[in-house]
Design a protein around this ligand. Structure first.
Ligand code: HEC
Ligand code: HEC
Length: 202
């Protein structure tokens, strides 16, 4: 009788320990990926946010050389397409001549409302995560946006949201979405700003 009670207590204790250690973590990381990813810092929200910002679906529109990029290999845009005036192509209407407000599943031209290239100061390609975060936060380079406006942009802007419904390319192949879900990205962005938008030093 007594041994059964002791056994029961031990088993319950083990149960509690397992439950508390294996409890839902806020950000799920694959351990193998964690070890090989040299970009990881001490701040998981920052890391999640940056996993998205540095993905091709975002980077292709945030170049540092005035040329939009295409595909998962970020090759220069066909037809020598470059920034032009007001980031919209050579003429004000040029990007939207081809890029409509929705993806064109037949031609493979991606689309979302007000399709255009991010202004030069918002270029991130080739920068490291710390440098990207500095550009993101500075009103000199982020288009004068406050923290609230940055959160709103990253969780609601149509060009940002497009990244999770990127459609197919000209060969009919599905474009890869960012490695973090839209919901998890929104949570990471809000958490990072809520905690003071501190750029981790590594
Ligand atoms: C089709 C091109 C395009 C795509 C794709 C795109 N952006 Fe942008 N991005 C822009 C443009 C244009 C602006 C400027 C908008 C403004 O200032 O109102 C911008 C501005 C921004 C800004 C605010 C300025 C800054 O640098 O701090 C952030 C943040 C941003 N984008 C994040 C993203 C993220 C995250 C993704 C991917 C999930 C993404 N963008 C995908 C074109 C794009
Ligand atoms: C002549 C038509 C045309 C014009 C004009 C045009 N594009 Fe494109 N764009 C395309 C086509 C077609 C694709 C799809 C290519 C593919 O993925 O196979 C594309 C793809 C892209 C992509 C790739 C998205 C990704 O992540 O793979 C970006 C970014 C882009 N265009 C930005 C722009 C910007 C910015 C402008 C204006 C400066 C512009 N485009 C003007 C036809 C055009």
């Amino acid at each position: 009788m007594k041994t059964r009670i002791v056994l029961f207590l031990i088993l319950s204790l083990v149960g509690v320990l397992i439950a508390s250690s294996g409890g839902p973590s806020t950000y799920e990381y694959d351990i193998a990926k964690l070890e090989e990813n040299e970009n990881l810092t001490s701040d998981p929200a920052f890391d999640k946010m940056m996993d998205v910002l540095t993905h091709q679906r975002c980077m292709n529109c945030h170049p540092t050389d005035n040329i939009p990029k295409q595909g998962d290999d970020s090759h220069p845009h066909y037809f020598d397409m470059a920034r032009g005036e007001e980031n919209m192509g050579f003429q004000a209407t040029q990007c939207t001549t081809c890029h409509q407000s929705e993806n064109n599943e037949y031609s493979g031209v991606p689309g979302a409302p007000h399709w255009s290239l991010a202004p030069a100061p918002m270029g991130w390609q080739g920068l490291n995560r710390i440098e990207i975060a500095e550009r993101l936060l500075s009103k000199e380079t982020n288009g004068g946006k406050t923290h609230e406006e940055l959160i709103a942009h990253m969780t609601r802007d149509e060009l940002v949201l497009w990244a999770w419904e990127p459609g197919v390319d000209a060969d009919g192949k599905e474009r890869t979405p960012p490695p973090v879900s839209k919901e998890e990205f929104a949570k990471a962005v809000k958490d990072w700003f809520k905690d003071g938008a501190i750029i981790p030093s590594k």
